[in-house]
Design a protein around this ligand. Sequence first.
Ligand SMILES: Cc1cc2nc3c(=O)[nH]c(=O)nc-3n(C[C@H](O)[C@H](O)[C@H](O)COP(=O)(O)OP(=O)(O)OC[C@H]3O[C@@H](n4cnc5c(N)ncnc54)[C@H](O)[C@@H]3O)c2cc1C
Ligand SMILES: *[C@@H]1O[C@H](CO)[C@@H](O)[C@H](O)[C@H]1NC(C)=O
Ligand SMILES: *[C@@H]1O[C@H](CO)[C@@H](O)[C@H](O)[C@H]1NC(C)=O
Ligand SMILES: *[C@@H]1O[C@H](CO)[C@@H](O)[C@H](O)[C@H]1NC(C)=O
Ligand SMILES: *[C@@H]1O[C@H](CO)[C@@H](O)[C@H](O)[C@H]1NC(C)=O
Ligand SMILES: *[C@@H]1O[C@H](CO)[C@@H](O)[C@H](O)[C@H]1NC(C)=O
Length: 435
Amino acid sequence: MNDPSITLVQSLKMRYPSIMLVLFPFFFVSIWESNSPLVSSETFTQCLTSNSDHKHPISPALFFAGNGSYSSVLEANIRNLRFNTSNTPKPFLILAATHESHVQAAVTCGKHHNLQMKIRSGGHDYDGLSYVTHSGKPFFVLDMFNLRSVEVDVASKTAWIQTGATLGEVYYHIWEKSKTLAYPAGVCPRVGVGGHISGGGYGNMMRKYGLTIDNTLDARMVDVNGNIMDRKLMGEDLFWAINGGGGSSYGVVLAYKLNLVEVPQTVNVFNISRTQEQDATETVYRWQQVAPELPDELFIRLFIDVVNGTVSSQKTVRATFIGMFLGDTTTLLSILNRRFPELGLVRSDCIETSWVQSVFFWANIQVGSSEKVLLDRNQTTNYLKRKSDYVREPISRTGLESIWKKMIQLEIPTMAFNPYGSAMARIPSTTTPFP
Ligand SMILES: Cc1cc2nc3c(=O)[nH]c(=O)nc-3n(C[C@H](O)[C@H](O)[C@H](O)COP(=O)(O)OP(=O)(O)OC[C@H]3O[C@@H](n4cnc5c(N)ncnc54)[C@H](O)[C@@H]3O)c2cc1C
Ligand SMILES: *[C@@H]1O[C@H](CO)[C@@H](O)[C@H](O)[C@H]1NC(C)=O
Ligand SMILES: *[C@@H]1O[C@H](CO)[C@@H](O)[C@H](O)[C@H]1NC(C)=O
Ligand SMILES: *[C@@H]1O[C@H](CO)[C@@H](O)[C@H](O)[C@H]1NC(C)=O
Ligand SMILES: *[C@@H]1O[C@H](CO)[C@@H](O)[C@H](O)[C@H]1NC(C)=O
Ligand SMILES: *[C@@H]1O[C@H](CO)[C@@H](O)[C@H](O)[C@H]1NC(C)=O
């Protein structure tokens, strides 16, 4: 895939040669500055050391550019190959904090030396905002992956999780303690808690339990002055902001306290595809009306991609209906055959499994895999660009057909539609800053 920024510069060069004069020094300065931060590594290390807890030395957590395992630490959580190029601006330092006081030192010293700090948890930001800046100024990354404890308390149905944990780690540690507790968050197990909760978060239980952030009880964060605050100390406004408003605008979130939710011993998942030849348009049209009105326990995501038609030289659009039902197969079939017969769901389409195994299904990992796979932080990384929007009224059949036509022309793009309704309609939109 082309790097869009390169395409932009080339087209500017052709159309407006004078703009190159502006762009060129900017580019040049950025290279020079990122190799030579305004503060020497010795001075900055000294500041970090004197501002952190001496019982937890900070120096082993420092990875300066060009030194030792800097590249592998940087690349370990790059989740978008668009930002793994030699032109991508790189931090002069990665501080992989192993203690809360390292985070406080990062904020204090970053501020003192007027350096830009990027905070990274799981690195899944669609635009690499957790490890890239285009400001042209020297910056460092505060990497949270070492701070990833998950403490589950079954009695109170709550958990404290550090932001460097992945969603898979959270799901795993809940499963270790209880087979009927779960957490309503994203479907990709490698997404980081830090970005997911601070920026919002949704998954296949949103119709029953709302957004991920509708289930946050407390938080610990390092504020702009380097102080550690909990919900009581930070106050309700700041607490509201760091639950959907984007954490890095306000400080560094160390941990969140979650409310865990109840799930049945077994749940049902299914996955049914229809191409245009198989009446995809009509099924999608009906789905739009039905999906937001179904019972809270039933969530049906619609996924659209382009595949070969029966005549393989001809592309067709495929609509895939991916379902999650917090209940048994017989109930699921009776609901869908009454409310959405066009889908044609039959018993053999339904996979009855535990909640933790349903995570694998949604992540395209073999159902029946060892739960330990949820702890695996490795992931194949690819090129991606994603955007979201809201559809407030059902799209007409003609509208759908024109979307299909455009997608077939372009071939690559896919679309995922998540129905709201139920809890998403009951919880006022002002409860959280999630847009
Ligand atoms: C493959 C893939 C699948 C996804 N699936 C889902 C899904 O099912 N549901 C869903 O809701 N979203 C999903 N997302 C989106 C994802 O939730 C967001 O991109 C989220 O911000 C990623 O969190 P992260 O910690 O991995 O990202 P990062 O890139 O580490 O961080 C994202 C942003 O949050 C900031 N941040 C990170 N940690 C902290 C912290 N501790 N304190 C303050 N600020 C912090 C960063 O600075 C950055 O601005 C998916 C993304 C990808 C790439
Ligand atoms: C580079 O690494 C070596 C050994 O790991 C260390 O002694 C040295 O201080 C490091 N230099 C910088 C600039 O981090
Ligand atoms: C990222 O780039 C580095 C350096 O070119 C390369 O070694 C690495 O394999 C790349 N990562 C991925 C996931 O392709
Ligand atoms: C789709 O068709 C093209 C030829 O038009 C062929 O090269 C390709 O392998 C086909 N893809 C699949 C998944 O069958
Ligand atoms: C569902 O089916 C589609 C199309 O056959 C497939 O690409 C996808 O991996 C399946 N599973 C999920 C969870 O989407
Ligand atoms: C994940 O990556 C690490 C480091 O590259 C490697 O040591 C480990 O074996 C990998 N784990 C799995 C399950 O592939």
